[in-house]
Design a protein around this ligand. Structure first.
Ligand SMILES: [Zn+2]
Length: 563
């Protein structure tokens, strides 16, 4: 059966195709954008703002620690409860919503793709089980490969070829999308109650985090991988960490990307842009980070904007979560994943009454406004670490309105806000730039634009958001409300949200990458890997890999070897 849709009178913002608020009709057949249709169902967009479906580069929505967060915080689960409807299953949770709520709430904001950015390899099945359970959204997950004993051994011997073979195995075995790095070496050190800065030795391995980042970047570029290495740098959340961040970005500067994209994505950069020597002289170094990004082409970032209010922090950065717990004294949990990684979780309240939180809030805004080229930038809140993803419309409204930012000064510590550089920044993003940082750039950073995501060119997936906004609208309140609940969200040519209500909840696709490694290197690497299983792992080699049944709607991207 051929399903046809015609969206008339759309004012389209499609940055990948250079479409900047043009009045157009969009034709859809069999879930794709096509040139013409014969007998379509017609939607009149009535001159409203229309964008490709949103693409989120970084939100912790599925897997072991997300689920532990839900179990640990029944008080969060009681927020946001909505009963089942004919279409929707029951929803619960605010900062750690259940899988159903995650899919519906993203779809209502016009998002159709989300990257789960921290999959512990040994627990990949759980991550995929939750992704299956998350309706509507297309998805992918990045396995954590940076605190791993196999990785460490190859980094130590400087053997990038076999490291690349190991990465190929790991990404295939976990049905993952690329390489995630979280506090390289630091999570392993945390097993001994320690942490690592960029040039500190990792206990018992005689390597440094800098060695790990460089080696993984080189190994990634052995293949035509869609995405660069995705890096949460060392010393997250520590005053003075901006120097570590800049040094990390500079480490990979000379490495040639295998595709037309950056070689390093620096995630939730707000948490890594801190000056000062303690919380007493804590200050923003957003300017230094923005300058670096402005003057270099090998880096992309996402902002990790703070949303004021209560949330649940969760990360593979175990020592960081322990530091937070020491600050707040609230409940805390911590986990070690055998030879691979670890994690920690603790609730956190970002309060406008606290000076440090006010500075954190301004840093996210400064990064987004001081980085000149929006194609290097992605909007995130590191959901749920800096705040839940349903805060995105708030962030969009503040980035689009200087007046709204100044109003926020009343909700935060005004003296500290006034001392920051933010009041002196007049820049206001327009709808085109918002479309870049929420779909165009994010799809390109993830290498998804070649696979029909983040744009509305012929042949693209018909993932479309129609916002109840005139392209002239500048009222921050109206903008915020419209970005929270679309007029229509269309996913793969099917209307999934109408007037802010979910009207259909089809299953999404899981994108995964197959790095195609030279067989000889692969076989040589397997000898070492099987030894690790023999000696240390609690599971056998044959039981490790995620079976195809865990991806009922798979989308494979092959990454041939290039070097
Ligand atoms: Zn994160």
């Amino acid at each position: 059966m051929t399903e046809e849709l015609l969206i008339k009178n759309a004012v389209v913002f499609d940055p990948i195709n250079g479409v900047r608020g043009e009045r157009k009709d969009l034709c859809i057949r069999d879930g794709k954008i096509v040139a013409s249709v014969r007998n379509p169902k017609v939607i009149d967009a009535g001159g409203r703002v229309v964008m490709p479906g949103g693409v989120d580069v970084h939100a912790h929505i599925a897997g072991g620690k997300v689920n532990s967060g839900r179990l640990m915080r029944p008080e969060d689960g009681r927020k946001g409860i909505e009963p089942k409807t004919k279409v929707c299953r029951v929803q619960s949770g605010y900062s750690v919503p259940n899988t159903f709520a995650t899919g519906y709430r993203y779809a209502k904001m016009g998002y159709t793709f989300v990257m789960e950015p921290a999959m512990p390899p040994l627990l990949a099945r759980h991550t995929h089980e939750e992704l299956i359970d998350t309706p509507i959204l297309d998805n992918a997950a990045l396995p954590l490969i940076d605190n791993n004993w196999m990785t460490f051994d190859y980094v130590k011997s400087g053997d990038i070829d076999h490291l690349a073979a190991y990465i190929a195995w790991m990404i295939k075995a976990t049905k993952g999308y690329g390489i995630k790095i979280v506090n390289p070496g630091g999570t392993e050190a945390w097993g001994w109650g320690k942490n690592c800065d960029l040039h500190d030795p990792v206990p018992f391995f005689d390597i440094t985090p800098a060695d790990i980042v460089k080696a993984l970047a080189k190994a990634n570029e052995k293949y035509a991988m869609p995405h660069s290495i995705h890096v949460h740098t060392n010393m997250l959340g520590h005053p003075g960490n901006f120097e570590t961040t800049l040094a990390t970005l500079d480490l990979v500067k000379g490495i040639k990307a295998a595709k037309n994209r950056p070689v390093l994505h620096c995630t939730h950069t707000q948490f890594h842009s801190y000056g000062g020597t303690s919380w007493k002289d804590f200050e923003s170094k957003a300017n230094a980070i923005a300058n670096y990004v402005n003057n270099n082409t090998h880096v992309s970032i996402d902002i990790g904007q703070i949303i004021l209010g209560d949330t649940t922090t969760m990360t593979a950065d175990g020592p960081m979560e322990y530091s937070l717990y020491q600050i707040t004294g609230r409940k805390w949990t911590n986990c070690d994943v055998e030879l691979e990684t670890g994690s920690g979780i603790t609730p956190f309240l970002y309060s406008g009454k606290v000076g440090v939180h006010t500075i954190q809030w301004t840093i996210g805004q400064e990064l987004a406004l001081l980085i000149k080229d929006p194609w290097k930038l992605a909007l995130t809140t590191d959901h749920p670490n800096a705040g839940p993803f349903i805060g995105y419309p708030i962030v969009i409204s503040t980035l689009m309105s200087k007046k709204r930012r100044d109003e926020i000064a009343k909700e935060v510590s005004p003296a500290i806000y006034d001392k920051s550089s933010l009041p002196s920044i007049d820049r206001e993003l327009d709808f085109y730039e918002i479309a870049i940082i929420t779909r165009g750039a994010t799809a390109k950073i993830l290498g998804l634009q070649e696979h029909g995501k983040g744009h509305l060119g012929l042949g693209a997936d018909a993932d479309i958001a129609i916002y109840d906004l005139s392209p002239e609208e500048r009222d921050a309140g109206k903008i915020q409300r419209a970005f929270l609940n679309t007029k229509y969200t269309i996913k793969g040519g099917q209307i999934v949200v109408k007037d802010g209500e979910v009207v259909a909840a089809p299953a999404g696709k899981t994108f995964f990458v197959t790095p195609e490694c030279d067989q000889k290197l692969f076989d040589e690497m397997l000898v070492n890997l099987k030894q690790k299983f023999e000696n240390y792992y609690s599971v056998t080699y044959n039981n490790y890999a995620v079976q195809d049944v865990y991806l009922p709607h798979p989308y494979e991207i092959k990454a041939p070897m290039v070097a």
